[in-house]
Write a protein that binds this ligand. Structure first.
Ligand SMILES: Cc1ncc(COP(=O)(O)O)c(C=O)c1O
Length: 397
């Protein structure tokens, strides 16, 4: 990928995604899990770019959506409603009515919402989100299992789920769990799955069509980290689920819903160094982007590898900082990088997941242009100018 040429043509800051990488990740995961009725739902919260959605649709993915906006965007990308699962987390009644109007299958993770959904739509199909009772993930904020988190219905409440569903004649066609994001240990993923399988019986849920074991597949953010190989996990989960299905008496579909694994490594944010400073012993390189456009380092203390695209001479140690007036607005601290001059272009790596999609208009700067390079084509989502952004905000008043 010639990032310098792309930056010259489209300006910076600039998000660039490699479509081929996304396709490879999808195929690698699919191959790693040899279960015959496997479905991969893309957790589109990771990156909702239309062309990325379309690439994953071409590969055969379905969608894990978390809002009505997600559902509409997935539809725009060509997904059919039957290929979308709506994980309805802390939704309002209005969101429930809107999503139901669209005809999507709900994945419900609280007894109170199940009660309200059942009362409003008796006789519907539904998926139930259980809490796998395992704590795992790359950062405290993205560990979603265990009793101290706000997600899913506790396993001890399973009979209450059965009771509510029977009262409202809801047909439970799916059972779901999601343990966390960027999980380093596959044993923890397996433990979550085992915990769920122990409580799911034909007596309790006679109408199952699928079980969904969430996302959480890890990618390497540091160049020194090994790529995780999921083949052993895939074999183990296939054997376990096959034997579960034998005792259940039906070949259920098995879903996973990765976000990060599919798109993180495809993306880069290209920024330009606007300001170099020597603050006593610290060399500081300030760039024309900030946490409003890529928040992971500040939010999760996440590591993103950074390289200098303009210079490959000797390395110096830098803090790479953003353009927002908060000390935490920092992409890297004490990082050895090839010598930087003002005007140099830097590449922030592994910026395909939870980067653009977590962006905001804080400081009233427009989000960067995005490019998806796929099959020798370049799909462009052009940045608004700052004036266009302001006009659109003013028109909201
Ligand atoms: C319910 C659910 N499914 C899937 C995902 C995707 O996780 P990841 O991107 O780590 O694969 C998330 C992420 O937060 C989630 O909350």
């Amino acid at each position: 990928m010639n990032y310098i040429k792309l930056a010259k043509e489209y300006g910076t800051p600039l998000y660039v995604y490699d479509g081929e990488r996304i396709r490879n990740q999808y195929r690698t995961l699919q191959k790693a899990i040899p279960y015959k009725k496997l479905r991969i739902l893309y957790a589109m919260k990771a990156n909702y770019n239309l062309h990325i959605l379309q690439i994953l649709k071409q590969e055969g993915a379905g969608i894990d959506a978390v809002s009505v906006g997600d559902i509409l965007m997935a539809k725009k990308a060509g997904f059919e409603i039957k290929d979308i699962l709506f994980t309805a987390n802390k939704i309002t009644d209005t969101e429930m009515y809107e999503a139901q109007e669209l005809g999507v299958l709900f994945n419900i993770g609280s007894l109170s919402r199940l009660e309200k959904y059942g009362a409003a739509y008796p006789g519907s199909n539904v998926c139930i989100r259980l809490n796998p009772d395992v704590v795992a993930g790359a950062h405290e904020f993205i560990k979603t299992g265990g009793e101290s988190t706000k997600f899913g219905i506790l396993l001890q409440d399973i009979d209450e789920v059965v009771r509510i569903c029977s009262t409202h004649k809801l047909r439970v066609v799916g059972i779901h769990e999601h343990t966390g994001s960027g999980i380093p240990e596959t044993v923890k993923m397996m433990q979550g799955i085992q915990n769920i399988l122990e409580v799911v019986t034909k007596d309790r849920f006679p109408h199952l069509e699928f079980m969904d074991f969430g996302g959480g597949f890890k990618v390497a953010y540091k160049p020194t980290e090994d790529q995780k190989n999921y083949a052993k996990f895939g074999d183990t989960v296939t054997k376990l689920f096959t034997s579960f299905c034998e005792s259940y008496g039906k070949d259920l579909e098995m879903y996973f819903e990765p976000g990060k694994y599919l798109v993180a490594e495809s993306g880069s944010l290209i920024v330009e160094v606007t300001t170099l400073k020597q603050n006593r012993s610290k060399r500081i390189a300030g760039v024309n982007s900030g946490f409003a456009q890529l928040i992971r380092p500040m939010f999760y203390q996440a590591y993103h590898h950074i390289t200098n695209l303009s210079n490959d001479n000797s390395k110096e140690v830098y803090d790479i900082v953003g353009n927002i007036c908060e000390s935490g607005d920092c992409f890297a601290v004490d990082r050895p990088i090839h010598k930087i001059s003002e005007g140099d272009l830097l590449r922030i790596h592994t910026a395909g997941a939870y980067c653009y999609s977590m962006g905001s208009r804080y400081n009233l700067r427009a989000m960067p242009t995005e490019l998806v390079i796929d099959n020798n084509q370049c799909f462009v989502k052009k940045r608004n100018t700052n004036l266009e952004l302001i006009d659109s905000i003013i028109s909201e008043y």
